[in-house]
Design a protein around this ligand. Sequence first.
Ligand code: ZN
Ligand code: ZN
Length: 351
Amino acid sequence: MLERTGRLLHFLRERKLECAVIKDVHTIRYLTGFTGDSSILYVDEKQLVLVTDGRYTEQARSQMKLCKVLEYKDSIWEAVAGLVGEALAVGFDGDAFSYTEAAALQELLREPMVSINLTGLRIVKDERELRSLWEAFKIADGAFNRLLPEIKAGMTEKELAARLEYYMRSLGSEGVSFDTIVASGARSALPHGAPTDKPVEVGDFVTFDYGALYNGYHSDTTRTVVMGMANSWHREVYTVVQEAQYRGIKAARPGMTGRELDHLVRDYIESRGYGEFFGHGLGHGVGLEIHELPNINRRGDRVLEPGMVFSIEPGVYIPGRGGVRIEDTVVLTAEGAKSLTTLPKSLLEIV
Ligand code: ZN
Ligand code: ZN
């Protein structure tokens, strides 16, 4: 935690800020270990103070070693303004505040606050974070392996999603990383198809996109299977996505940008004639949030570094017919990308 707050203080010094007021729960957890919400972290060169209410005081004291706890009674913003005191250059993580909250705090301060984005602090994962991520993926892989032999034609998308979530919980997941996606048949052409009452049927592609949660860290994996024997169309589409995904994992290197990686995979899918059916970005960072930096898409201007964790998830979606997405989340090392999931990627026929 000391090293993390050190980096935050360096960040503030570079921007000539005297202190920061932080509201984002993930950033607070990252900096202090506190897992509650509805609180504000105040940081300056001399102290870290968590401003919270009576529901969280005990929890905060037991979870945090280096951070003081200030329990407020009436107005959290008055308590925070009291800590800011005479400081003029005050940073705040504006993306985490509502307009009303920011206005309420601003009213009590002498100078306009400066909005800062602190999500970049978390972009390179340390050993402890990687251990939690590996564990989340181990749980998710285990759950999918339990589900696979149970999939049968006639089961609904909702039932499959429920079973997958049940197995993740059984294996130690704190919850789901995001709303589980199970989309079958023509619905598999929806990149974010929420599960419905539709039964899965022979001839359907079925896409599962799901994740477990461990120590607050998310996993994110997608696999697509075919119900029954695959026909030539299934094989054609699946092979394009599988090859695109393989190329993305193979090409990922420190020193390139997320945009370059996205471009490379996109180029391949275009070369196979399916460019217009791959409408989303190639990937996103994964950590305390399910979508975080680095962006692996057209806006991905960050240079990739060892220790970054992100998904590589190309897809081909043919409206009215169906689609395929294959997603691995990888950790970047000096030698290249290492997948956090151990699930196979060959075309699975559920017979
Ligand atoms: Zn996903
Ligand atoms: Zn994803």
